[in-house]
Design a binder for this molecule. Structure first.
Ligand code: MG
Length: 261
């Protein structure tokens, strides 16, 4: 009698296991959906910071750092000797002009992720060709160049014209205005990140609008802007200055502001 009971229990147990296993592989367990209210997906805190936009599109919003507004070059120094003032010329208390041969200029402050607005104009006197016409550049973290060039009726290699990430990414289109007009760059820059061992965690990325036209769509920057050779990231670094290039052309700049992101 006792052995019969044990046998029946064993059969019952085995059947239950089999039934349960069969059920779990073919029929998902029923889960009661959580009752949701509209408020449960609303996030209120912390309140989003208020920024007052400029009255004129392209002018600095309330939280921007003004890098140049025509008054002075207090935010800049010489690239050849950062202990010295920036050697470029302010004209008509309005804009800045490269002093050819004096070297580039760089910000006193260092930046990583940022939103930059900068306006530029090629020299009114059209001379030179290809890379010799209206050449300058904006270097993020003092290393990665967004090319400035007079690309109005001026062919050059496509990954070296205005709006290019120099010798890395050609612009999507050529949105250049004539040398008697001003151009704008609006840039969203995401700095390169490094791992603790110094290897690149993820490379820098950049989005650029040239006169409001998208020319770089969140592209990956391949590395240090080298004139010769493929670009790469030779050494880890942190935030760094933004620099403007002296390429022996009297390129002009105005209305430069930046927001740290
Ligand atoms: Mg350049």
């Amino acid at each position: 009698m006792k052995s019969k009971i044990i046998l029946l229990c064993a059969i019952a147990y085995t059947s239950t296991i089999g039934f349960t296993m069969g059920q779990s592989s073919s029929t998902p367990p029923k889960v009661s959906p959580m009752l949701m209210e509209p408020e449960m997906t609303e996030v209120w805190e912390p309140e989003v910071a208020i920024v007052t936009p400029a009255k004129v599109l392209g002018d600095a919003p309330s939280d921007a750092i003004i890098l140049f507004d025509g008054k002075n070059l207090d935010q800049w120094v010489s690239q050849k000797d950062p202990s010295k003032p920036a050697p470029w010329k302010i004209i008509n208390k309005d804009h800045l002009e490269v002093a050819p041969g004096s070297g580039g200029i760089q910000t006193k402050m260092k930046f990583g992720d940022c939103q930059l607005h900068i306006e530029f104009s090629a020299p009114d006197l059209v001379e030179g060709a290809s890379q010799g016409r209206g050449n300058s550049g904006v270097f993020f973290q003092n290393r990665y160049e967004l090319q400035v060039l007079d690309s109005y009726n001026n062919r050059s290699y496509r990954n070296g014209q205005a709006g290019s990430i120099y010798k890395d990414h050609a612009p999507l289109v050529n949105a250049m205005r004539s040398p008697t007009e001003w151009n704008t760059y609006d840039v969203i820059y995401t700095a390169v990140r490094y791992k603790e061992d110094g290897r690149v965690d993820y490379p820098a990325r950049i989005t650029v609008l040239h006169n409001g036209v998208l020319v770089q769509n969140n592209v990956t920057i391949s590395g240090l802007t080298d004139y010769i050779g493929l670009h790469n990231y030779p050494e880890a670094h942190g935030d760094d200055v933004i620099s403007l290039q002296d390429h022996n052309n009297k390129t002009q700049f105005r209305n430069i502001w930046i927001r740290k992101l």
